[in-house]
Write a protein that binds this ligand. Structure first.
Ligand SMILES: Cc1ncc(COP(=O)(O)O)c(C=O)c1O
Length: 380
């Protein structure tokens, strides 16, 4: 058997994310797009934003898209667009990124948590109904790691209880549920363009997509001081706009998204094959799902030792996320306690995100998988 250390050598590093590789690949296209923006002298709500909104909406098959400042802002403004605020409850999951929850708080509403399923890491739809009260106004399903939530059941609950559905698709650009893009099932779909996302900007950015023209018109006002026209505010709004530089970069990158998604799926398949006989729990892809593998998350009860083992050998990993929402000091106020969400709590101690990005080479994937297998044979 090959000695893994000899493959890595002394300097070989496999970072968990590597944005420089993608920039090198797109440098000519991107630099020219940036120069065009600088020369135009127009940096906020110009042609690039308008065209990107159109292109992204078309890409997903949505009627409208509104570029905003970040994924967090996309969620916040989506809730505001539905008039959700003080006294209202919004249901979501405890194992999400903190911004899902801070968006609910910013809108003034209260977060109600429901645990996830053990294999998809998305909301357990069987547990939602008993959390619905007469204050519940919306559900935010999170398409976590790039795997869609069970939208059919969620839409049935929405209809039965007259709830809004705001999809948190911040990790799931191009993921599909039953052949249809996530973000287009609910009232609105929210995406992040944080640099490491499957479609990432060179700074912060986000977008809300919707098929509802009334919500679209409200979002247009909400992101820009509530204005219907210059210096005329119809509703109370914010400053949360995607800027021209980011939109120009995103227009370049959107053309590559499908190729990148295919490569992510190929990498995932390779990891699955190489780790098939290992004793780590591998990600699942339900038969109704198209997973876009924003993250490739394995589970093992020797997580911390494995993380250190990989780190010492030049392989970066991350934990998404180490502290469930109800254990965060900022959200003690939600009133939950240990044991309330056993799946999310167990996962937080066992999950590990391996490197996965389109530019990762097959040799690097084999190295990572080889080290995991090697680790298993140690008694660390
Ligand atoms: C699931 C989820 N929701 C919301 C967000 C917030 O997005 P942003 O960082 O663009 O504000 C992120 C990204 O960090 C995320 O992963």
């Amino acid at each position: 058997m090959r000695n893994i250390k000899s493959i890595i050598g002394n300097n070989m590093k496999i970072p968990v994310f590597d944005l420089k590789r993608q920039y090198e690949y797109l440098k000519t296209e991107l630099d020219s797009a940036f120069t065009n923006v600088f020369e135009s002298g127009n940096f906020v709500l110009g042609e690039n934003v308008r065209l990107f909104e159109e292109e992204f909406a078309n890409y997903l098959g949505a009627g409208f898209a509104v570029g905003v400042g970040s994924g967090t802002e996309a969620l916040h403004l989506a809730l505001k667009a539905c008039d959700i605020g003080l006294g209202d409850e919004v249901i979501t999951v405890p194992n999400t990124a903190v911004p899902t929850i801070s968006a609910i708080s910013s809108a003034g509403a209260r977060t109600v948590l429901v645990d996830v399923t053990p294999d998809t890491y998305t909301i357990d739809t069987k547990k939602i109904e008993k959390k619905i009260t007469n204050k519940t106004k919306a559900i935010i399903p999170v398409h976590f790691y790039g795997h869609p939530a069970e939208m059919e059941q969620i839409m049935k609950l929405a209809e039965a209880h007259n709830l809004r559905i705001v999809e948190d698709a911040c990790q799931a650009h191009g993921a599909q549920y039953n052949g249809k893009n996530v973000g287009t099932y609910g009232d609105m779909g929210c995406f992040s363009f944080y640099p490491t996302k499957n479609l990432g900007a060179y700074g912060d950015g986000g977008i809300v997509v919707t098929n509802n023209e009334e919500l679209y018109n409200r979002l247009i006002m909400l992101r820009n001081y509530g204005e219907v026209k210059k210096f005329t505010s119809k509703i109370e709004g914010f400053n949360s706009r995607l800027d021209e530089i980011q939109a120009a970069a995103l227009r370049v990158k959107l053309k590559h998204l499908d190729t990148w998604t295919n490569r992510r799926r190929e990498i995932a398949t390779l990891y699955q094959q190489l780790l098939f006989n290992s004793n780590v729990q591998l990600p699942c892809e339900r038969q109704w799902a198209k997973h876009v593998y924003h993250l490739f998350v394995i589970r093992t009860n020797r997580r911390d030792a494995l993380k250190d083992y990989l780190q010492e050998r030049g392989v970066g990993t991350h934990i998404h996320y180490p502290i469930p929402i109800h254990f965060q000091e900022a959200y003690e106020k939600l009133g939950y306690k240990a044991g309330d969400f056993p799946i999310s709590e167990r996962n937080a101690g066992e999950i590990l995100s391996l490197p996965i990005y389109p530019e990762l080479t097959t040799e690097e994937i084999e190295t990572v998988a080889g080290l995991i297998t090697e680790f298993q044979n140690t008694d660390l």
